[in-house]
Design a protein around this ligand. Structure first.
Ligand code: S3P
Length: 423
């Protein structure tokens, strides 16, 4: 994919449904009573992997004429005939694991090359404590699980991870007693919102969430709000050009996911939010973004957790700010779809920028000029899209290798980007 420099970002967009919410709705629909109807379901390959797994577990999945998706729940899931293919995505594997821990059968799960390198001990430990039998060579996929009767646990997660929290809460739905997850920093709360939408009662106190086992889920009708992690690329792009004016409608604005808006405001971009509504516990609204002189920011602690998927694009626009962007406490970036710290540093340097790579983050000095270059996406969708944004203000053309990886979360990305670029 070749990206040429832009002059401005102008227009209005509506984005496909949020990936995190789409996964959760599809998985909960599978264990709910009745047929769940979902509009604006994520178009990414990751969510297609979740749907394929749900089908392999015996649930009927239909696409209606109006584009809505219908998933028929089952009282008990069916043992799959072959290993469940979770594709590229950690969430599919880790969250499904929580449900499979309770089912009265054994099954295998595998993923692609990237997923096969990702650590799974973080879910194996709590689910084993609950009673599931799990095996995996080197704690990495492929995984084998035999589910069954589960006992409730009170579990403090060593790493702040919404995927781990979700897996334990999903297993907790089937355990005897009350299961609690306590996290070091608050992670995205879509699991809690989705469980409530499907009729489950939960309680929360600070970073502790508790669910009682044995509760029944009831099918829902919902529209998935636009994906804010996909919107991040457009918002950052718009912030780069003095004449930009971009509106994104129907956007997910859940406070545990919308920290990018705060960071862009701190940096100096002009942002406004209108038409705020709540759907099934999720805030949805319209965001308008215009340029402002970008200063600089340090992202650390709880904010690094909240922005984990947006950090690559924030680092990629760091050189265009006055004081730079510093990212700390983000070691988890090294075990995402790629080592995102190493790839961001490598690609910034390829574009002529100076940057300091650290074990848990990066420091990208501001006030630097970038030139077009060959970008190595490492097959990672967020790296490909982040550097498409950096390329818009570089001098000359940029070639993104592995740009097709955008289909993992956002197949329409390059087309939509072109539609809002003024040259
Ligand atoms: C996700 C949680 C995050 C995020 C991933 C999606 C989710 O991972 O990076 O893209 O849907 O719960 P962790 O919770 O492991 O940090």
């Amino acid at each position: 994919m070749i990206i040429r420099p832009a002059k401005n970002i102008l227009g209005a967009l509506r984005l496909p449904g949020d990936k995190s919410i789409s996964h959760r709705y599809a998985m909960l629909a599978a264990i709910a009573q009745g047929a769940t109807q979902l509009a604006n379901f994520s178009t990414g390959a990751d969510c297609a992997s979740t749907l394929a797994c749900v089908q392999q577990l015996g649930c009927a999945v239909r696409k209606n004429a109006d584009g809505t998706l219908e998933i028929e729940g089952r009282e008990k899931l069916q043992a799959p005939e072959s290993s469940l293919d979770c594709g590229n995505f950690g969430s599919t594997m880790r969250m499904l694991f929580g449900i499979l821990a309770s089912q009265d059968f054994a099954c295998d799960l595998h993923g692609d090359e990237s997923l096969s390198r990702r650590p799974m001990a973080r879910i194996m430990t709590p689910l084993r404590l609950m009673g599931a039998e799990i095996s995996a060579a080197n704690d990495r996929p492929p995984l084998h699980i035999r589910g069954g009767k589960l006992r409730a646990i009170d579990y403090t997660t060593p790493i702040a991870s919404a995927q781990v929290k979700s897996a334990v809460l999903f297993a907790g739905l089937f355990a005897e007693g009350e299961t609690t997850v306590d996290e070091p920093h608050r992670t995205r709360d879509h699991t809690e919102q989705a469980l409530r939408a499907f009729g489950v009662e939960l309680s929360r106190s600070k970073n502790r969430v508790t669910v009682a086992g044995g509760q029944k889920l009831t099918a829902i009708q919902a529209a998935v709000p636009g994906d804010i992690s996909s919107a991040a690329f457009f918002m950052c792009a718009a912030a780069l050009f003095p004449g930009s004016n971009l509106v994104i409608e129907n956007l997910l604005l859940n406070p545990t996911r919308a920290s990018l808006l705060d960071v862009l405001k701190i940096l100096g971009a002009r942002l406004s939010v209108i038409n705020l509504e709540e759907h099934h516990g999720e805030l949805v609204g319209t965001v308008k973004i215009e340029h402002g002189k970008l200063t600089g920011a340090t992202i650390e602690g709880a904010q690094s957790v909240a922005l984990i998927d947006e950090l690559p694009v924030l680092a990629a626009i760091g050189p265009y700010t006055r004081d730079g962007i510093e990212i700390r406490d983000a070691k988890e970036l090294r075990v995402k779809e790629s080592d995102r710290i190493a790839l961001v540093a490598k690609n910034l340097r390829a574009m002529g920028a100076e940057c300091e790579e650290r074990e848990d983050g990066l420091r990208v000095p501001g006030n630097q000029k970038l030139h077009g270059a060959e970008i190595d996406s490492g097959g990672d969708h967020r790296i490909a899209m982040a550097f498409a944004v950096a390329a818009l203000r570089a001098e000359g053309e940029t070639k993104i290798h592995g740009a097709e990886s955008a289909k993992i979360s956002f197949p329409e990305f390059f087309e939509m980007l072109e539609s809002v670029i003024e040259r």
